[in-house]
Structure formats: C-alpha cells, structure tokens
Design a protein around this ligand. Structure first.
Ligand SMILES: Nc1ncnc2c1ncn2[C@@H]1O[C@H](COP(=O)(O)OP(=O)(O)OP(=O)(O)O)[C@@H](O)[C@H]1O
Ligand SMILES: [Mg+2]
Length: 237
C-alpha cells in the first residue's frame, strides 16, 4: 500500500505543524533525526512497527522522498476491510465483539506508548480488520506525536469528533487522556453504529467548529464546519 504525503521544504525543523493542505488531503509534520529531516509519520512507524513487528500495527516496508512527496510503503494484508466500512456493513457490533476489538486496540496503543509514540487519531477508519482472523491492525500514523506525558498540546491534527472536550473548552489537552477519550468515542461507535454526537453536545461542537473555521480562514487549514463535524467520511446517520 503506497501512501504519498506532500512534501514542503519549509518543514525541516523539529516538530512543526504546517498550515495548508494538498492533493492527498494531508498535511504532515517533520522532525530531525540524525541530522536528516524525515516525516514524523515515517519516524513514528519505524518506532512502533519494527524490531520486532507488533501484530496489531501495520508494518512499514520502506519510505523515501521524491521531488514533490514523501512516499511511505506499508504492507497490504489480504482480506481486510477498515472498521468504518465494516461497521457500516454490520450497522453495529455485538458487545462481545466490541469488547474484543477495543482490547486489541488498547494493546496496540500500549505498544506504541512503550516505544514513545502516541497515535492521536484513533478511529474506525484507521483500523483495518482482517476478516479471516478477526484481528485489527492500527494504521495511519499521520497525526502521531512523541510521548511527553505532561506536555499540553495546543494544536490538533487528528479528527475533531474524536478530540477531547478540553480541546474545545480550554484549547489544550494532554496526549494520553486525549487518546483515552478517543477510545470512548470508538467504543460508542462500535456498539451504536455511529459516534453519537447529538443534542447539546453536537450544538456545542458545531459552535466551536464554526468559530475555529472562521479563525482558520485567515491562517490555516480551510476545512468547513461540516467537514470537521463528520471527520473524513462524514457521519453514518
Ligand atoms: N495498508 C493498508 N491496507 C489496506 N488499506 C489501507 C492501508 N492503509 C490505508 N488503507 C485504507 O486507506 C484509508 C486511508 O488511509 P490512511 O488512513 O493511511 O490515510 P489518511 O491519511 O487518513 O488519508 P487522507 O490523505 O485521505 O487523509 C484507510 O482508512 C483504509 O481504508
Ligand atoms: Mg486515516
């Protein structure tokens, strides 16, 4: 599976969010490793998917830079479906299935933490289900950060509907509690067939999303409130 990310020569130092989007829809972060600038997604994948590979995490086979993009090559397991599509097909999952899947995701995330990485974009779209073995694979480390337990993050590159409430109310959040929150959204999604942003929660979220969208029209990613609300594929219901 080939995953191309746009390359910008401005993204050379430390871990810096880049404003803007490109043809493949994803802005990436870069970091300096041994004097060489590499996309953070590839660095994170190297840290979590090698020596030895972890069964619940997609394996990166290679990555390289072309003139206009970084190309990341991962394994492409047979007979898989991402969990978003799987839940869409099933409508919702049985509780014992959801429990089993959640356990697998937690094992994969704990492994990432043990290697110093927090995924930061846990959601159904970023989990591949092997339909033969019923095992999940965590993919898409495009929003990953290095684990710094006490750091307060004030930028967010994951999926807004899975982000913790303190991101909206305080404008900052910690990585590990944020990931726990996204697991809560994922669990709800699995057992209800959707992420469950309704009623007052939905209104508060929409207000914040619109306010951010207005602010970012001048500074950053041009996502509209609807896109933020639904995440990449939009709500099922
Ligand atoms: N190794 C893989 N094998 C099979 N399918 C994959 C693999 N990697 C990604 N996919 C599929 O492609 C989708 C998008 O991939 P991924 O999540 O890595 O990219 P993304 O950064 O979210 O994409 P975008 O650039 O659109 O934001 C996944 O939701 C999944 O359906
Ligand atoms: Mg993704």
């Amino acid at each position: 599976f080939v995953h191309a990310e746009l390359w910008s020569s401005d993204a050379l130092l430390d871990v810096q969010p880049l404003p803007g989007q490109g043809g493949f829809g994803k802005v990436f972060l870069c970091c300096e490793v041994d004097g060489t600038s590499k996309p953070l997604e590839a660095v994170a994948l190297e840290m979590v998917s090698k020596d030895p590979p972890f069964p619940g995490i997609i394996r990166m086979l290679d990555f390289y830079k072309t003139r206009g993009a970084w190309v990341i090559i991962t394994e492409k397991p047979e007979n898989t479906q991402d969990l978003f599509d799987y839940i869409t097909t099933c409508k919702l999952l049985r509780e014992d299935t959801a429990r089993e899947f959640l356990g697998q995701v937690i094992q994969a995330l704990l492994h990432c933490h043990s290697r110093g990485v927090v995924h930061m974009d846990v959601k159904d779209e970023n989990l591949l289900l092997d339909l033969s073995t019923r095992k999940l694979l965590l993919i898409d480390f495009g929003s990953a950060v290095f684990l710094k337990p006490d750091k307060e993050y004030d930028t967010f590159d994951g999926t807004a509907t899975y982000a913790p409430p303190e991101r909206l109310t305080r404008g900052c959040y910690k990585a590990l509690p944020s990931e726990v929150w996204s697991l809560r959204i994922l669990l709800y999604d699995m057992v209800h067939g959707d992420i469950g942003l309704r009623g007052p929660d939905k209104m508060v979220f929409e207000q914040h999303a619109r306010r951010e969208t207005d602010a970012e029209r001048h500074t950053g990613p041009h996502l509209d409130a609807e896109a933020r609300l639904g995440g990449a594929r939009g709500p099922r219901t």
